[in-house]
Every structure is written in C-alpha cells, then in structure tokens.
Ligand binder design. Structure first.
Ligand SMILES: [Cu+2]
Length: 128
C-alpha cells in the first residue's frame, strides 16, 4: 500500500499485490474493506480522451483457475478513499478481501513509499 505522508492528498491511496488462485475454478475479487478507509473500491486504468484515468472496475478482478492476477501501479488496484489518517512507511494496514466464491481473506498490508505512477492516484472527478 502506498504511503500518503508527504503527498498532495493524504485522503486516498492504493494497494497493489499478486492474487494467486490455486483452485480449479476461476474466481473474482469482488470487494475489499479496511478500517483505515471510509470507502474502498476496485479500480482499473482506462484510456479516456487520450489520458490514462482510473475508474471503478465493473464486476471485479478475475483470478483465473490455477493462475494469478496482479494488482499493480498502472493496472488494476485496490483504491482506499476517505482515509482516516495519513499512512506512513512501516505502518501495517488491515485489509479484508471478498471473493466471488464467498471466501474472505484478512490481510495485513505493509505501507511503503513509492512514487511510480503517482500522478494516476490523484483524485479525479468520478464520472457517474
Ligand atoms: Cu484508483
């Protein structure tokens, strides 16, 4: 999870990870929650008017059977909004992932400083 201390907007950040599906059926990550954020969404990057923007990913993030999916800067990611406090490197954030097979996974996600693709994670007006 990207640290927000020292960034322009300390109310939102993104989490990145690899999701592995050891089963023999495709599953989807359908939602996530965290006590540090007022709202958590699954996002994707999309090209809009010649610019990369992020938007909510309809239907969730697919994790193919016996394979994996990457949540990464510039790609699908977990967006945490309305953060209750700034996150600094070294913090650990609880994050609960809910999957289409009705399983949930409780994670402890380390907070790290990183700057690549940072411009994508500035607030953008949400198109409704
Ligand atoms: Cu996002």
């Amino acid at each position: 999870m990207r640290a927000t201390v020292g960034t322009k907007d300390t109310t939102m950040t993104a989490a990145f990870m690899a999701l592995t599906n050891p089963g023999n059926a495709d599953i989807k990550l359908i939602s996530a929650t965290s006590p540090v954020a007022g709202m958590v969404q699954l996002h994707e990057m999309a090209m809009k008017d010649g610019k990369m923007v992020m938007q909510e990913k309809a239907g969730g993030v697919s994790v193919p059977a016996a394979s994996h999916a990457h949540l990464s800067p510039g790609g699908d990611h977990i967006m945490l909004m309305d953060l209750k406090k700034p996150l600094k490197p070294g913090d650990e954030v609880p994050l609960t992932l809910k999957f289409s097979d009705n399983t949930t996974h409780d994670l402890t996600v380390p907070v790290k400083a990183f700057t690549e693709e940072e411009e994508h994670y500035h607030p953008t007006p949400t198109a409704k």
